[in-house]
Design a binder for this molecule. Sequence first.
Ligand SMILES: Cc1ncc(COP(=O)(O)O)c(C=O)c1O
Length: 446
Amino acid sequence: MKWLDYSRFFNLSAKHRVASLLRLTAKDSILNKSNRILMGGGMPNPKVFLMKEGMITLKDGRTIALPPALMEDALQYGASDGYEPLLKQLNSLTKRLHSPPCWSNSQILVTAGIQSALCMAIEIFIEQNDYVVVEDPCYCGALAIMYPYNPRFLPVESDADGINPEKLRVALSKWKPEQARSATHGVPKFIYTNPNGCNPTGGITSTERRKEIYKIASEYNLIILEDDPYYFLQYREQKDFPPSYLSMDVDGRVLRFDSFSKTLSAGLRVAYVTGPRQLVDKICLYQQVSVAHPPSLSQIIISEILRTLGEDGFLEHTKQLQKFYRDQRDAIVKAASKFLSSLCEWSVPEGGMFLWLKVRDVKDSLGVVDRALKDYTLLIIPGSGFVPDGAKPCPYVRISFSVVSPQEMEEGFRRLASAIRAELEENRKSENERNHSERPELIRRV
Ligand SMILES: Cc1ncc(COP(=O)(O)O)c(C=O)c1O
């Protein structure tokens, strides 16, 4: 099979970056254990490590031992692409869940969270003033990576049904698909999307839309950055999950981002990116010179947990997560209906951890958010943080329902309702005052 010509996508830094000699020899010293004499890298000597072994107890009582030999590996430098046994487990899970059509040319790279993976991926492509396609609203952590490059955003409306393909066509209509074959016409290089339990909307992109988005990406030769930390937090049955972009990727144009943050631990910082070898290799070169490799201890803990649970056991665990967060979602929607129905509008989130509330009768939610914090000690996030053009007013607020109890949800929304009413009242007063102070002027003019 002939693979895409990926050269159009890379920026100058990515084109110039070469493999780190130290990191390459590190991989050799880790993998080739037989008859080796280590006179290469500056590895600390395990004889003087303070920590010897470890034991982790799961909540169901099972234990995960880190005996001295494994502990030594966990405390030592590791390979830049990830801990070998973990990579094997991720390969197997990815094949099982997504059956990527281009599997023979695919590669997985373990990273320190999706955030780091996204940053590296975007920064091998993006150049100052590039056009970039993002969904609108969009995960603020992705926007924050792009802002320093002064991108010309092409925001594509996203709703409860995900990113809208018709709007994507309109956004791209200033170019002809033929122009996308060369790097000289300013055609965007990628589209960023968070298709399941979108942060902030909670929407899930429908299968029909995914197919259409993939078709347009092929026409315009775009890479799809599929950011999917909430894959297992979709609230329909797992058999009804829409197919991932990776599972449709016949061209080799999808980089898929998975994370253990929402399934096993956010603090361990373990995620992985899957995609065509030519792209993942470039990201790996960036990883070599940035974090060198994701933390060995974290990777070993995740790998040992996966080994203890088994693949089926892990998937069973994700079903329990799904149920827990679905109940949280139901509770937050119930609380919103009780306290906010006359003040706000929302769609029921189909996945993820957020309720995206539109505050009626305000142009921008910043005043409400500010008042909620100062007068009612309620922390919520203003919608403007998720709008590609953050300077534009935005009447939405993002409410997280992941860690609050149903009682706190009710109390939080009681406070939010008070903050909104107080804000509306103040807006009304200042509007009246403005009308009053303008009247003499009007009378004079008459
Ligand atoms: C859409 C999205 N992408 C990426 C991340 C970051 O994930 P990680 O913890 O793996 O860095 C988050 C975290 O909340 C997120 O909501």
